[in-house]
Ligand binder design. Structure first.
Ligand code: C2O
Ligand code: CU
Length: 507
């Protein structure tokens, strides 16, 4: 496997005096090492070791953290960026060197339940999880993270996460920026809370969700990133436990969304603000051809920590643009070969709602439910036939929940009975129920409708897909590694706002 961790962002070389002054208080953006094998089709990824580590969020100050390392790369926080190609068959080994069980879920991947890495697939301390993963889906920005029952929020917070990128024959020839760490920048946005020793702490401070005081990118506090003029592509992941971000540029310039959770949009969507909730991804492109020698700030609006419900405007990352030649890259007017005809798909979707999910909680927010039940590892909540289009309705009296489904990409049909904005008309795996507008009467349901279909089953072993019709029996759980659906606010998930389902073949 080819390895490269090189990034141009790491030094201020090539920047002018003014720029150097403007980044003097900023830290070079950390670019996670890339694991990528561009040539082989059938290969083994370097073994990933999940470890308790020490990471310096502040120079010289060691903080406990979790990282996923390989023999070649020590990652003291997060894991490497994994990149694979559609059509590859890849062996993974994940070794748990921590003192407690972990799991490793592949968020956004269309893979059978037995590879999914949900709460049932615990890797005990000292154990290794070996899987062989066939990559069948189109190019997308996905990710991986811990999914331990009741512990996901804490494990992900400390660093058990990383990016998982998929390329395909089409994406490779689009001509968009694709030099990792140079003009294709991984941007994992998340928040942190530090104690007076500069150690990260997981502390809800009496609230129902985690809200940190510092916003980081890839684990870097107050980052800057050196880029070339011309087109630059950001692969943005909202990796925060709970915060959502409305991204925009400080100078008000517009940018182009080219991809969402599960792949490219038909065409670039030009906007000047993009909202991502926990777990969501988007790829954006910005035109920096006129900005050589300058500075551009990526900003975000997010919520303040107190209960005022006010907004916080934060500088996410400073881009320092070299006064240099442009790297060859373009923004194509058409991004997909296989067009998504959203209108058509919605029109030909089943006219009935197959399943409905009501997201709620007890009054003290200590327990959270879907359809009035907290997650129970021993209960299968839904039985879903493979290969069948279903309309799922998600609703909540409180709103503000990003609802995520494993094992598929779906189309958003409607949010509160309206079409989603253009940037969300592509493949998604997370849909957000809107937050209540101030002054909305209580008792109003916030709703979303999604069109789902699963390509894989959740049966445990390969080749034993029994044909079962009308299967409805809880004891089937022992034959399955079920998929999950849940709120991707990680504390909501851990408190029970999750359900599990099996996907079976109809006789
Ligand atoms: Cu990103 Cu069920 O998870
Ligand atoms: Cu939620």
């Amino acid at each position: 496997v080819g390895l490269s961790a090189l990034s141009s962002s790491g030094s201020s070389e090539g920047l002018n005096y003014q720029q150097k002054k403007l980044i003097s208080e900023y830290n070079p953006l950390y670019i996670p090492p890339l694991l990528y094998n561009p040539y082989a089709k059938r290969y083994r990824m370097p073994t990933l070791y999940v470890q308790d580590t020490f990471h310096e969020f502040y120079p010289g100050k060691k903080s406990p953290a979790t990282g996923l390392s390989t023999l070649q790369h020590h990652c003291s926080y997060f894991g490497p960026t994994i990149k694979v190609k559609r059509g590859d068959v890849v062996d993974f080994s994940i070794v748990n060197l921590r003192q407690e069980p972990v799991t490793n879920h592949w968020h956004g991947l269309h893979i059978p339940g037995r590879l999914d890495g949900g709460p049932h697939q615990m890797i005990q301390p000292g154990e290794t999880w070996n899987i062989t993963m066939p990559v069948r889906q189109e190019a997308a920005t996905c990710w991986y993270h811990d999914h331990t029952c009741g512990k996901t929020a804490e494990h992900v917070y400390f660093g058990h996460a990383g990016l998982f990128l998929i390329e395909d024959a089409h994406s490779a020839f689009l001509g968009i920026p694709d030099i990792y760490g140079v003009n294709e920048i991984p941007v994992i946005v998340h928040d942190k809370l530090f104690n007076t020793n500069f150690e990260q702490i997981y502390d809800l401070r009496g609230g129902p969700i985690f809200l940190g005081d510092s916003i980081l990118v890839n684990g870097t506090i107050n980052p800057y990133c050196k880029v070339n003029p011309g087109w630059v592509r950001l692969r943005i992941l909202n990796g925060a436990n709970d915060r959502h971000f409305d991204f925009y540029f400080k100078d008000g310039r517009s940018f182009y969304v080219i991809a969402g959770d599960g792949g490219f949009l038909n065409q670039p969507v030009q906007i000047d603000q993009l909202t991502l909730y926990s777990g969501e991804r988007a790829e954006i492109m910005i035109d920096l051809s006129q900005d050589g020698g300058g500075i551009i700030d990526l900003m975000a609006k997010t919520i303040v920590v107190d209960t005022s419900g006010g907004d916080l405007f934060v500088n996410i990352m400073r881009l320092a643009i070299e006064d240099n030649f442009e790297l060859p890259a373009t923004l194509p007017s058409r991004l997909r070969k296989k067009w998504i005809n959203w209108e058509e798909e919605i029109k030909s979707a089943p006219q009935v709602i197959s399943r409905s999910f009501d997201l709620s909680s007890n009054s003290t927010l200590t327990e959270m439910y879907i359809n009035n039940k907290a997650y129970d590892m021993k209960v299968i909540n839904e039985f879903v036939p493979r290969g069948v289009h279903e309309v799922w309705e998600v609703k909540s009296l409180r709103g503000g929940h990003p609802f995520h489904v494993h094992g598929c990409s779906f189309l958003i049909m409607a949010i509160d009975d309206e079409s989603p904005p253009d940037e969300f008309k592509g493949w998604k795996d997370t849909v957000v129920l809107p937050l209540p507008e101030p002054g909305t009467p209580v008792g109003k349901y916030y709703t979303a409708k999604i069109l789902v279909k699963f390509d894989h089953t959740t049966f445990r072993a390969d080749g034993t897909n029994r044909n079962i019709s009308g299967l409805k029996d809880q004891k089937e759980l022992r034959y399955h590694f079920p998929y999950m659906y849940h709120c991707h606010l990680l504390e909501h998930e851990d408190k029970g706002m999750m359900g599990q389902f099996i996907v079976y073949d109809e006789a």
